[in-house]
Design a protein around this ligand. Structure first.
Ligand SMILES: Nc1ncnc2c1ncn2[C@@H]1O[C@H](COP(=O)(O)OP(=O)(O)O)[C@@H](O)[C@H]1O
Ligand SMILES: [Mg+2]
Length: 394
């Protein structure tokens, strides 16, 4: 079926979707080069079909999503990509969508920022079997990323993302709340997360930080805009892509995020877990997105005996361990440890609400966090000592 890839009300390019698989079978005329998705690229005036397919498929729910297989069966949709076309690819994180060429659908009437949406898909993803088969597939849940169970819901007029936890301890929502608290104290731009309980399970809730005028461009897509040379580091490559796109300096924001990741031992800061915000009307880059998705941290999937703050911890995206990644940070002068005083007690209070985390685990986690703060303080002291030694020729 023939579609126009749209960016809000602007036609971007012609494309054909294979109805059986939901993939892009062919690409046609480009109408607005500047609005071709970041990282896709055009050659001789045409968009690269393989890259566009990668970008389009990346809008669908990932195959790793908890509960996806059962949900697809209930909805009788063969794949997440076919589900993607059912909501025209509309999202609550950016402004792209696919308009059937033979339709007169208008962005104003169907975008999820200004229009209400069905919670049917979200509820089905949450394991609720609908009573009849008249459910609507027009949902921003068809385009949500990440493997944790999640759904969008309008709460008090605000679009909110509700996200679960994993395993026996369901720790991720609590970690989100703690990370919000750390960043609140340190004055780091972040998405505040709160807790809710649904059917006895904990979930985090955060508001959509994107509006009908803005959009999130993930670091992943930014990093695709240049070929990475072997002799340049992933961090330099990313900064170079940002510079070439004209993104205002975001080094300080990245380093603050990585510092928090060191403190909470975040294992999953991959390139789709941070990004830059762009004005979707003017295409002007607005700056680093507030930090989100900090749940896969603080030994969330480890048994109590393996809560070891000193152990080598895997990290992403620029270094493979936190000890290595923290060295990439040039400047910790902004970090005021007095603001973190008692943060382990705040964590204790947050965790105390959980029936999934016993007292032994809670105590080990709080001790672990306190140790990470102490380790970072030592790192900052060492830096000051080394700078001093350098300046005085010692
Ligand atoms: N508050 C938000 N506003 C807008 N988009 C969001 C928000 N939180 C997450 N997203 C988008 O949804 C995706 C999935 O959310 P995320 O919190 O990363 O889930 P997961 O923990 O399963 O990876 C993110 O990569 C981002 O694109
Ligand atoms: Mg994520």
């Amino acid at each position: 079926m023939k579609y126009l890839l749209m960016h809000k009300t602007n036609p971007v390019l012609r494309m054909e979707l294979d109805e059986g698989t939901g993939t892009i079978a062919s690409v046609g005329e480009v109408f607005a080069r500047a609005r071709v998705p970041v990282g896709v690229g055009t050659e001789n005036g045409a968009a690269n079909r393989v890259a566009l397919n990668g970008w389009w498929a990346g809008r669908a729910i990932p195959a790793s999503r908890s509960g996806l297989r059962d949900a697809l069966e209930v909805m009788q949709v063969p794949s997440p990509q076919v589900l993607l076309a059912k909501c025209y690819g509309l999202s609550l994180s950016d402004q792209y969508w696919a308009r059937p060429e033979n339709s007169n659908l208008r962005w104003e009437d169907i975008n999820f920022f200004d229009n209400a949406f069905s919670e049917d898909v979200g509820n089905i993803l949450f394991g609720q079997i609908p009573e009849n088969d008249t459910f609507s597939l027009l949902s921003p849940d068809n385009t949500s990323d990440g493997w944790l169970r999640k759904k969008w819901k309008i709460i008090g007029g605000k679009r909110c993302l509700i996200k679960g936890g994993s395993g026996a301890t369901r720790q991720e929502p609590y970690n989100e709340v703690l990370a919000s608290e750390i960043m609140r104290r340190l004055g780091i731009a972040h998405i505040p997360y709160t807790l809710t309980v649904i059917d006895e399970y904990p979930y985090s809730v955060c508001e959509d930080f994107i509006t009908a005028e803005t959009e999130l461009v993930s670091a992943w897509h930014i990093a695709q805009t240049q070929k990475k040379e072997n002799n340049i580091s992933p961090y330099s490559h990313f900064q170079s892509c940002c510079r070439a796109l004209g993104i205002p300096d975001i080094k300080e924001s990245i380093e603050k995020m990585l510092t928090v990741d060191y403190l909470i031992v975040n294992e999953d800061r991959h390139y789709n877990n941070f990004g830059v915000i762009r004005n979707a009307d003017t295409l002007e880059w607005m700056g680093f997105a507030p930090v989100f998705d900090c749940g896969t941290s603080l030994w969330y999937d480890k048994p109590n005996a393996m809560i070891r703050p000193l152990a080598k911890a895997p990290s992403k995206p620029f270094g493979s361990s936190h000890d290595e990644q923290i060295k990439l940070i040039d400047n910790l002068d902004w970090l005021d440890f007095s603001l973190l005083k008692g943060v382990e007690e705040a964590f204790f209070d947050i965790l105390s609400g959980s029936p999934f985390i016993d007292a032994a685990r809670r105590d080990a986690l709080c001790r672990g966090l306190a140790k990470r703060v102490a380790m970072l303080r030592d790192d900052k002291k060492r830096r000051a000592y080394e700078t001093d030694a350098c300046e005085h020729g010692g």
